[in-house]
Design a protein around this ligand. Structure first.
Ligand code: WT7
Length: 658
């Protein structure tokens, strides 16, 4: 194995992964983007002459009502794309498919957690959205009004989003797992006028009481005038006279057609709240044409979409992944999207594999945290199923450790499906660094190369590009169409968070991630800069230490944090969960320490190994290292835990304290 242990003043990157997987001739032969040379050529065009590239793409991909006059107006940090153009995003996802071969194709195949299945064609989806657009307009919703969507993963959630887009209302989808308090804060921050919800949703066989949560949230949210409620779980709920309406009743009388108005390219499409490292959540604002173009173009190439595909993204629509790669990117391409309401282990840990066989899913897009859970549950659940319809796999959300990559490749992809490890963010709107399947040779753990029009650089603190194989900060040096436009109501915070890191380059977008480019130019994300460890002068990404730990056959998951240390700056504490059948012993602690020493080098040998029953995670599956750091440092957790998924994890961690 090749040794990549190059150090500079920024970040020491220690990954030693060196396997390369070339695309198979079979996949390559049918890939949308024929060859690596085509990728190189198109990529060069896209960054050398971006105006020309994006003008061509915007005209080819989107349905315009009024052509744009100017591709980009860039006054850093503020961008306007496709200036002067007008379009309707919902028309671009629905009306455009009518009268084509896609009209009666399934747009959505839905499976509820209890096992109910619904298929909705493009024409049917169009009718649903048209009717619901009338419902919103009849309620007095005007273009620019904000609407909060707090729903389970059911077709009505997609219908609600598209109906908002159709009438020019700005949706803010709040993940159904959030508390009434979190919902209230988000509603108040954007002053939403309407809330769309359901009585409840199914999760692990139980009802998530969505409407009851809305009722609580609205006690402190005076801007909301109306609530629309889908009947899903049918338990008794409280309907407030004059405020609350059943979806079905409102929908019944509405006309089947709706003339969609054209909106400006820069008309706000949605706000999506994402957690900041401190304080209140950030309302990331995305607008219409540029966002849609980014989502559509990337879907086409990264998922190599074909009309015969049945695509399953396991993310909730409450996350950006659900916005871009369940709704806008896929429906604008006329694809068939599979939507699942519930938990992956309901009734048994093989639910996904069962559904993949049942519906003939061809593309699966999921997160490393889910993959590691499947690994922990055991191969037997996977091996019960054929999975032979799958042709492509994707990963998103955090660096995928090579161990999980290999398992995904062998167990799920049966060594024949390419894996696209896609790096992007809520803020970027669409995939930024990714392999193109059938085209880009992949390396387990690397998101590989930039997508069209994306100009990433690994830079030092002054914004200067660092040499290959050195670690640094990941910056995006050119604007791109689907970039966030601002943080809702807070231009200053927007500028400070994303365009102030490199004072000499006020036009560089700072991602907050640490990264390294290898000799082939491949990008390796080493984790959030805030999480970087500083051990004896070496700045090491948490992802690399964790990946080394997880490569041990007994380890299911790991989190690495730094604890202040007089001698070393920080000492390295790791929290480890074990796979079923392995006992936490002092001996194993030693084994794991040496294992990391062997995999990375003695500089990264953990000072302390702690076993845990579970790790604290956000609801989107990201490990909350901040909390573990607090625990390792002070023995207590006092910081904000409102985004934590499972509170019992913290209690268990504390009781394990030594
Ligand atoms: C952060 C963004 C993008 C949708 C889901 C998460 C990490 C995301 C990867 C990847 C390494 C990744 C980064 C990024 N991340 N994908 N393929 N490899 N890291 O969206 O909640 O906005 O989080 O997730 O740290 O900055 P998000």
């Amino acid at each position: 194995m090749e040794e990549k242990q190059v150090s500079d003043q920024t970040i020491t990157s220690v990954s030693r992964e060196s396997r390369v997987f070339k695309p198979s001739a079979e996949f390559k032969g049918q890939a949308n983007l024929g060859s690596f040379e085509t990728y190189r050529k198109l990529y060069a065009e896209s960054v050398n002459a971006p105006d020309k590239f994006w003008a061509k793409q915007a005209n080819a991909q989107l349905v315009w009502r009024k052509p744009f006059k100017q591709v980009l107006q860039w006054k850093p940090p503020f961008a306007k794309w496709f200036v002067g153009g007008k379009l309707n995003v919902s028309e671009n996802c629905l009306d455009r498919h009518l009268g084509t071969a896609r009209e009666n194709k399934a747009a959505i195949i839905f499976e509820g957690e209890p096992g109910d299945v619904r298929t909705i064609t493009y024409r049917q989806l169009y009718f649903h959205v048209c009717r619901f657009a009338h419902v919103l307009e009849n309620m007095g919703v005007k273009p620019g009004d904000r609407i909060a969507i707090y729903m389970p993963m059911i077709p009505e959630a997609v219908i609600a989003m598209l109906a908002c887009a159709r009438v020019g209302a700005v949706h803010t989808v709040v993940f159904g797992g959030f508390s009434p308090e979190a919902l209230k804060d988000r509603i108040n921050d954007c002053k939403a006028k309407v809330v769309i919800t359901a009585d409840g949703g199914w999760r692990r066989g139980k009802i998530v009481e969505l409407k009851a949560n809305v009722d609580k949230a609205l006690e402190g949210a005076p801007t909301v005038q109306s609530v629309l409620v889908v009947k899903r779980t049918a338990q008794d709920i409280n309907m407030v006279e004059g405020r609350d309406t059943w979806w079905r009743e409102a929908w019944q009388g509405a006309p089947n057609f709706h003339d969609a108005k054209a909106f400006d390219s820069e008309h706000p499409l949605f706000i999506l709240y994402t957690s900041g490292s401190t304080g209140k959540p950030k309302g990331v604002l995305h607008t219409s044409a540029g966002y849609l173009l980014g989502a559509k173009l990337s879907s086409q190439y990264v998922f190599d979409l074909k009309d015969s595909d049945r695509y399953f993204c396991t993310a909730d629509i409450g996350w950006i992944t659900g916005h871009s790669y369940v709704v806008y990117g896929l429906l604008s391409n006329g694809s068939t999207v599979f939507l699942y309401e519930g938990a992956p282990n309901q009734p048994e840990p093989d639910r996904f594999w069962q559904m993949i066989d049942r519906h003939g899913i061809t593309i699966l897009y999921t997160a490393p945290t889910a993959i590691r859970a499947f690994m922990r549950w055991g191969d037997a659940y996977v091996l019960r199923h054929r999975l032979d319809s799958l042709r492509l796999l994707g990963s998103v959300g955090e660096p995928i450790n090579p161990e999980a990559w290999m398992w995904y490749h062998k167990m799920i992809g049966k060594k024949k499906c390419p894996i696209v490890d896609t790096w992007w963010q809520t803020e970027t709107g669409s995939i930024m660094i990714t392999p193109i399947p059938g085209v880009t040779p992949t390396k387990p753990g690397s998101a590989t190369l930039p997508f069209f029009g994306v100009a990433p650089k690994v830079v030092d603190n002054a914004g200067k590009e660092v040499p290959r194989n050195s670690g640094g900060k990941l910056a995006i040096t050119k604007p791109w169409p689907s970039m966030l436009r601002t943080l809702w109501g807070d231009d200053e915070r927007f500028k400070k968070a994303y365009f102030s890191e490199f004072p000499e380059h006020p036009d560089y977008y700072f991602t907050g991630d640490g990264a390294r480019q290898d000799k082939d130019g491949y990008f390796w994300i080493v984790g959030r800069i805030d999480d970087v460890l500083n051990v004896s002068g070496h700045r090491i990404g948490t992802a690399e230490v964790e990946s080394a730990l997880v490569s041990h056959p007994f380890v299911a998951e790991a989190a690495a944090v730094g604890r202040p240390d007089e001698l070393k700056g920080q000492s390295l504490v790791v929290f480890v969960t074990l796979k079923a059948g392995h006992e936490p012993t002092d001996e194993l602690k030693e084994v794991l320490r040496s294992h990391v020493g062997k995999e990375i080098g003695s500089l990264a040998k953990p000072d302390q190994v702690r076993f845990a029953a579970g790790l604290p995670k956000t609801r989107s599956g990201k490990i909350m290292r901040r909390l573990l750091k607090e625990l390792a440092t002070s023995g207590e957790i006092k910081g904000d835990t409102t985004t934590l998924e499972d509170f019992s994890v913290i209690a268990a961690l504390k009781s394990d304290d030594e």
